[in-house]
Design a protein around this ligand. Structure first.
Ligand SMILES: [Zn+2]
Length: 338
């Protein structure tokens, strides 16, 4: 995803595009959400060690950069994993994507549907590709090196895989679609001299949002996980999420605070971030929120010190952060009523 310092400048454009409409939709159903009591007992036990191992399995393939063997091998592994955890259907969406620098990427979105007969659906999604260049690395000689992407990609996928494993033991009352989105992170770096379009990012999501895995597909809402395992992470309320799906931001942040994670999930606004959820909101018209770090005072990036660097590797993953995010999501989806 793109550096939020730039995104802040686009704020006015974003608001004029649809902020008002989104707000009225939110208000209409916010009240009914508040009346439901949250159950925090007898929930499946999210295992952070297991999620950590799923990150390791992904990084062991090497950087999952589109058009590489590591990418294609990992895609096969992810699809097989969803099937092994009891997904009713695993949809493989192959497509070609054009990049800002003139490449054509052979891409794959992977969708695992659980409880596929249930009309009430919630999406858990994350991008699974790795950024091809560590262009934010403090060492300029590494700016062309692909990123391991333990946090920026693999962490979100890993948390979703662990939730899928838990759903096999005990199903929630609703249907869940686990979506692994490709080619999120091939967007231009800050030094790119051409036009910076939001549509250079989230290529897999744009494809899925225009051509969902089922005709007429609908979901109640989507939760995007991006960089949910970094040391020192804090999650503020990302502003597009608040704009398009405030009631779901409240739902997730309240669940986190009930579980004792309010120091991680801060009930304060962060930035606007161009990330996959932006296209789920604007193209698929499904309310989508983003759990993405915002770390004020981090000098190299507000996403954290390893963002788009060669240090985004397994050594800089914190199991406690994975656990907080995983347990919060378990609470949210197991409290969701059809
Ligand atoms: Zn990224």
């Amino acid at each position: 995803m793109r550096n939020p310092v730039i995104i802040a400048l686009l704020l006015f454009v974003a608001i004029s595009c649809g902020g008002r409409k989104a707000a009225s939709v939110v208000n209409a159903s916010a009240k009914s959400e508040q009346t439901q009591a949250t159950v925090t007992e007898n929930l499946p036990e999210f295992c952070a060690d297991s999620a950590y191992n799923y990150i390791k399995r992904q990084t062991d393939f090497g950087p999952r950069v589109p058009n590489t063997k590591a990418h294609d091998d990992c895609g096969i592994w992810l699809a097989a994993k969803l099937a092994s955890f009891g997904a009713d259907k695993v949809h493989l969406q192959n497509f070609d994507a054009k990049t800002f620098d003139g490449n054509t990427l052979k891409c794959l979105n992977i969708i695992g549907s659980f409880n596929s007969d249930c009309p009430t659906r919630v999406i858990l999604c994350s991008h699974w590709d790795s950024r091809p260049w560590a262009d934010n690395d403090p060492d300029p000689s590494k700016h062309k090196t692909p990123v391991d992407a333990a946090n920026d990609g693999a962490s979100g996928v890993a948390v979703i895989l662990e939730i899928a494993r838990q759903m096999q033991q005990k199903a929630p009352q609703i249907g869940i679609d686990c979506i692994f989105l490709d080619a999120e992170d091939w967007g231009p770096g800050d030094d790119y001299k051409g036009e910076h379009l939001e549509t250079w990012w989230g290529l897999g999501t744009q494809e899925w949002a225009r051509n969902p895995h089922e005709k007429g597909y609908k979901a109640r809402y989507a939760i995007l996980l991006d960089m949910v395992g970094g040391k020192g992470a804090t999650f503020y309320r990302e502003k597009y999420s608040v704009m398009f799906g405030k009631q779901y931001v409240d739902k997730v942040w309240n669940a986190a605070s009930q579980l004792g994670y309010s120091s991680l999930f801060r009930k304060q606004d962060g930035f606007y971030v161009t990330d996959d959820h932006y296209f789920i909101n604007t193209i698929a018209r499904i309310p989508a929120i983003d759990i993405v770090p915002y770390i004020p005072n981090c000098p190299s990036s507000s996403f954290g010190p390893t963002w788009h660097t060669t240090q985004d590797n397994i050594d800089n993953i914190d199991k406690n952060v994975l656990e907080a995010v995983g347990k919060t999501l378990i609470s949210v989806i197991y409290n969701e009523k059809p």
